[in-house]
Design a protein around this ligand. Sequence first.
Ligand code: 13P
Length: 254
Amino acid sequence: MARKTLIAGNWKMNGLLADGVDLAKGVAAEVKKMGKTQCEFLVCPPFTLLTAVKKALRGAKVALGAQDVHFNAKGAHTGDISPLMLKDAGCQYVIVGHSERRADHKESDELISKKAAAAYEAGLKAVICIGETLEEREAGKTIDVCTRQILGSVPDNADGSNTVIAYEPVWAIGTGKTPTAEDVEEVHAAVRKVLAKKLGKGNANKMRILYGGSVKPGNAKEFLSLPDVDGALIGGASLKVEDFIAIAKNSGQC
Ligand code: 13P
């Protein structure tokens, strides 16, 4: 089965109620206008906007995701949100292990794996993020770092239906800098090989691997037409309806 291209927006810590609802309504309207498409759409607003965005997306084929989750179902974890709560708010997806969480909250591969496994338990799909820092890239360690992150942060029961991988080189996030298309394909192909070793070839071939890091309407086609790139995880450009939709349209995949 072919892997369906996923166009995903990570809004990060952006948006008050009115902005978030406007953005979601705009995306919903444009996706409806596109009609039949080969792509799947996903938006991941901050927790505070999940319910309102869910409502604003009504009737459009745009999935809802959160940006993080706790691995426990409930209990004394002040400030955290459980997988069941996300499911209850209408989420189908949750991002785990984003490099900003790995850096800001010292999240380990082990913790990320627990979060992904807990997401599956609640019926959520996990978007598991990996990617090297500039220092690691310059030291020629990109594939090693991504391999270690895949082996450590992808649960053993991950498969193509419950997991999406997002390769996001840390130095390309929000910087306007990107790897070359050849570099991206090299990493994605290597990641798929590691997934095949860990989960079996069948699972690895069904699992989507997104590229993220300064994806814009102007470079969407270059990255999204690569054989092992199955979509994009978009930060800054997902905050503008026109840019988010132009990425999908320009990708040549939707
Ligand atoms: P930018 O698209 O702003 O570079 O962010 C990418 C990202 O981190 C998505 O998760």
